[in-house]
Design a protein around this ligand. Structure first.
Ligand SMILES: Nc1ncnc2c1ncn2[C@@H]1O[C@H](COP(=O)(O)OP(=O)(O)OP(=O)(O)O)[C@@H](O)[C@H]1O
Length: 942
């Protein structure tokens, strides 16, 4: 091993100045020796204004407090193969000042022009204008080492000051920069025969250690650590070169897991460094057969182990760092591919970041307003060397360059990149202790600042929270206010609605009470009417019993059986259909009215004596004694009304033995009027049945059948009527509920009344034709079917036969005669004057009523009129099925009928009596007498 020589006295570095470009046509001054090189006034560079400006800045005189970054330049000797290409080979033993001159005319582009400057000449192959050469002078380096410089020269000028500082307790950094194959590793590590800076530094350290042992017990200890930062894919990793441990982790400016090997002696330290160097990642490239593929960092920690507190303090944290950076590579020269190419990218990137950090530091030092860019974050190397790159620790650069023309670009790039770094200043270089204290103070300051920031942040957070709470409270308050207003509006609306609803309900309740009262009054009225009806029924029964005391018709069941023929059955069916008409109202009113009339007539009859009471009745031209005619008259009226209502009732009383008498005729008309009371029933079949019931009275061909029919229909009528009265009334009273308003009743009554008037008028107009029509019908009963329903004809014939039988046996037919007489008196009103002539002697008048033809005619006309009225009003058909669907109450009609009995209708009859004196004066007289009786009685309204 080459002994470490004492470091020579470093020559005072010339002031930094860089010559960018030589004047093109001016004679170049001869290069000055390095030792005596003086800074020249820098010439302005035309293509690098910033560097020219930097060069134009006169370097301030170095002061004790201000120290600039040391930048050394070592020019690698040209290899032998390259040396053969060189035109001029420097002669051994000659001055280095002549080498550039010799090389200037050869393949060397870079020659030292002084101890602190070099001249870079653009090779002819790269000149655009060959006639115009260009040479750049870079001056201001701390030292420029020619290719002939030895390792010791480099150590003495570059590393020895750092070691002294390290031994003095100050940390320092030496970084070797340069393109690949420029001799960085050779400079740092050297070779066994020509050791580099690291071995020489170790020797120097241990020499000092040995010197200190002699003077005093060992008080200091050193440790060595080596690691490399190499690429791994697109990332980086740290690898410890002194141990086989796993990769290390970079934490801020320290590496976790890095082994620090204590240095006990120089030999172990040198072997350790040699082992670590061998472990470093290297690879062969076209530019370097042993090219480093990683950034290698060697750190020497000095620890004071003596009891001397002062010395320990000084050495406690001194770190001497040496960084061998991988040289920048050009792909074209290296020919790297694959992983090598990735390594080249990593190496170039790291070198670029390192240069940017120094550039940023320089710019920051030039202008404090410019922030110190944090380029160090872009690579592990710069992060680890952050303190040095930010100017907090002393750093020294040694630039390794190759002077050959082929390396012009790399050399030119490095010089242009790194020459400005020599202007970086260290205003207050901190020793290790100062650095530590500064770090601690910085840490404390940082902690305080962090605490303040936290407090401020807490306050801000609290204020923000308070503001947020206030805003939330405001929003909630607004929301609640809006909700409150909405609820208030809703409450007001609902209150008003409830009030309105309450008012309406009260009104409805009032109306309901009124309706209930009206219903109660109606019920009471109906009850009263019912009571009256019951009383009338009782009285009527009494009268009937009185009347039947002498002549109670004996109707044998045999006659009914004999009349079970088809004809009588059809007629009976028609009459039954007719009698199915519910006319309770009219019936009740009529009963009531006729009851009163009967009382009056009875009184009159009684007043006239028994002879008059048994006045004969004319039937078929014969006088028939009928002492009960008056009684029968009332009874007949009642039956005629009830016959319209009672089920199975027959109207045979309307066509029985009186078929050839005037009474029969009037009976038919009366029956027609009663039927018109039921006009609203719209029972078409009723018309035909009714007519059929009348027509047989005009038939003389078959009196036997008429008689049997009369007997057949009369007694059942009388019998069933009383039986069915109460149920009918009950049902009708039930139906006559509140729902039938008085308006409807009045309207219906008016309609019926109009119909009655209309029918009466029709009857009056057509009365002269009654006779001819009845004669036609009676002459040939078979032809009657042409004008009437064929179904009515058999019944008519049967009724006629019955009438004939009655004629033969007047005693048995007396009830029928009586009935006919009564009907005639009531229904016929053509000769009131004759009635008046008889002075109210109804039996005498009734005796003279003999107009069979007219009686036979009347029913047909009446039936026609009724049929026309029915068709006109109701439009019903004659089917029995329809009759069941068209039941109506005739109580209003009956009431109106009773109301109109003493009215204008009978006045009309009064006019008619003048015209019909010749026809039926006796019957008219009877009617007139009856009318007088009716007028004398007040009409009860239902
Ligand atoms: N000053 C010098 N004197 C003699 N030989 C040198 C000198 N400098 C470099 N060399 C030789 O050049 C070769 C390359 O040197 P070195 O490996 O140190 O270059 P490098 O800059 O480290 O390259 P890389 O960056 O690729 O690692 C080595 O073989 C080395 O011995």
């Amino acid at each position: 091993m080459e002994p470490v020589a004492a470091p020579p006295e470093p020559a005072s570095p010339p002031p930094p100045s860089t010559v960018r470009r030589n004047p093109p046509r001016r004679a170049r001054p001869p290069p000055t020796p390095l030792a005596s090189a003086k800074p020249k006034p820098s010439s302005r560079s035309s293509f690098l204004q910033d560097e020219a400006a930097a060069a134009s800045i006169p370097a301030p005189p170095p002061s004790s407090q201000e120290e600039r970054l040391k930048v050394f330049l070592r020019i690698r000797p040209v290899p032998d193969r390259d040396r053969c290409k060189a035109v001029a080979r420097p002669m051994p033993g000659k001055d280095l000042r002549r080498k550039p001159k010799q090389a200037a005319g050869g393949d060397l582009c870079l020659v030292p022009t002084g101890p602190n400057s070099v001249a870079l000449t653009v090779p002819q192959s790269k000149l655009v204008d060959p006639k115009r050469g260009r040479t750049e002078v870079f001056d201001g380096f701390s030292a420029v080492f020619s290719p002939d410089s030895t390792q010791l020269d480099i150590f003495v000028q570059v590393m020895n000051p750092l070691v002294d500082d390290f031994l003095g307790g100050k940390s320092g950094l030496l970084v070797a920069m340069g393109p690949t194959g420029s001799g960085k590793t050779h400079t740092i590590f050297g070779s066994p025969r020509n050791p580099g800076i690291l071995p020489l530094a170790l020797r120097q350290i241990f020499k000092a250690q040995d010197e200190n042992k002699v003077a005093s017990p060992p008080a200091r200890s050193f440790s060595l650590s080596m690691f490399e930062i190499l690429s791994e894919g697109k990332g980086e990793r740290i690898l410890d070169l002194l141990s086989d441990a796993a990769e290390c982790v970079l934490q801020q400016s320290s590496i976790k897991g890095l082994q620090e090997v204590p240095l006990s002696n120089l030999a172990d330290a040198e072997s350790l460094a040699s082992r670590g160097m061998l472990k470093r990642s290297t690879a062969a490239t076209n530019a370097n057969s042993n090219s480093s593929r990683s950034q290698c960092i060697i750190t020497i920690h000095g620890v004071h182990k003596s009891s001397d507190a002062d010395s320990e303090h000084l050495l406690s944290n001194a770190v001497l760092t040496i960084a061998d950076l991988a040289g920048a590579e050009r792909e074209r020269k290296t020919g790297n591919q694959g992983s090598r190419l990735l390594e080249s990218n990593f190496i170039n990137n790291t070198s670029m970041v390192f240069g940017l950090c120094l550039r940023s530091l320089l710019e920051h030092q030039k202008n404090q307003k410019k922030p110190l860019e944090k380029h160090f974050k872009n690579s592990m190397l710069t992060r680890y060397l952050r303190d040095y790159l930010e100017g907090r620790k002393k750093m020294t650069l040694i630039l390794n360059v190759k002077p050959a023309n082929d390396d012009y670009l790399d050399t030119s790039f490095l010089l242009r990149q790194a020459s400005p770094y020599m202007k970086i200043k260290y205003t207050s270089l901190d020793d290790s202790s100062d650095l530590i204290s500064q770090k601690r103070s910085n840490a404390s300051l940082i902690c305080q600042e962090n605490k303040k920031k936290r407090k401020v942040e807490r306050k801000e957070n609290i204020e923000t929270d308070n503001i947020a709470k206030v805003s939330e409270d405001d929003a909630q308050y607004k929301f609640l206010n809006s909700e409150l207003r909405r609820v208030s509006r809703s409450e007001a609306i609902m209150t008003n609605f409830a009030r309105a609803l309450w008012t309406v309900l009260k009104q409805y309740k009032h109306k309901l009470l009124e309706s209930e009262n009206a219903a109660e009054s109606m019920k009471q009225l109906i009850r009263d009417q019912y009571i009256q009806i019951v009383e009338l029924k009782k009285e009527l029964e009494v009268l009937n019993s009185c009347c039947s005391c002498k002549h109670i018709p004996v109707i044998e069941d045999t006659s009914i059986d004999q009349d079970d023929s088809v004809s009588s059955g059809q007629a009976g069916q028609s009459l039954v259909s007719l009698s199915n008409k519910p006319n309770l109202g009219s019936y009740d009113a009529s009963v009531d009215n006729f009851h009163l009339v009967a009382e009056e007539v009875l009184k009159e009859l009684k007043s006239h004596g028994a002879e008059n009471f048994s006045a004969p009745c004319s039937l078929n031209g014969e006088s028939v004694s009928c002492d009960t005619s008056s009684i029968s008259f009332i009874d007949e009226q009642e039956q005629s009304f009830r016959g319209l209502k009672a089920e199975k009732s027959c109207c045979a009383d309307a066509f029985g033995p009186m078929s050839h008498t005037e009474e029969g005729n009037t009976k038919v008309e009366l029956h027609a009027i009663h039927k018109k009371l039921d006009a609203s029933e719209c029972f078409t079949g009723q018309t035909s049945a009714h007519a059929g019931g009348v027509t047989p009275s005009s038939s003389h061909s078959d009196n036997q059948s008429n008689q049997s029919l009369t007997e057949h229909h009369m007694l059942p009528c009388l019998k069933t009527e009383r039986v069915s009265l109460s149920p009918q009334f009950t049902s009708c009273s039930k139906k006559a509920t509140i729902e039938q308003s008085e308006d409807e009743i009045e309207e219906l009554s008016k309609i019926i009344l109009e119909d009655i008037h209309h029918d009466v008028n029709i009857r009056e107009v057509k009365h002269p034709d009654y006779l001819s029509s009845s004669q036609q019908v009676s002459s040939d009963t078979e032809d009657v079917g042409s004008s009437q329903s064929s179904l009515e004809l058999p019944g008519m014939v049967a009724s006629q036969k019955k009438l004939e039988e009655l004629d033969l046996e007047p005693e048995r037919c007396e009830p029928g005669v009586v009935n006919a007489t009564v009907e005639c008196a009531v229904g016929h009103s053509q000769a009131p004057e004759q009635m008046s002539d008889c002075e109210g002697r109804v039996p005498c008048l009734l005796k003279e009523i003999t107009c069979p033809a007219k009686a036979s005619k009347a029913p047909s006309k009446v039936s026609e009129a009724e049929e026309a009225a029915d068709k006109k009003k109701e439009g019903f058909t004659s089917s029995p099925e329809d009759t069941k669907k068209t039941r109506r109450r005739l109580q209003p009609a009956a009431a109106m009928l009773l109301k109109e009995f003493p009215g204008a209708d009978f006045d009309v009859d009064t006019r008619r009596e003048e015209r019909g004196k010749s026809s039926s004066s006796v019957a008219a007289g009877r009617s007139d007498a009856l009318i007088r009786v009716l007028k004398a009685r007040p009409v009860r309204r239902v």
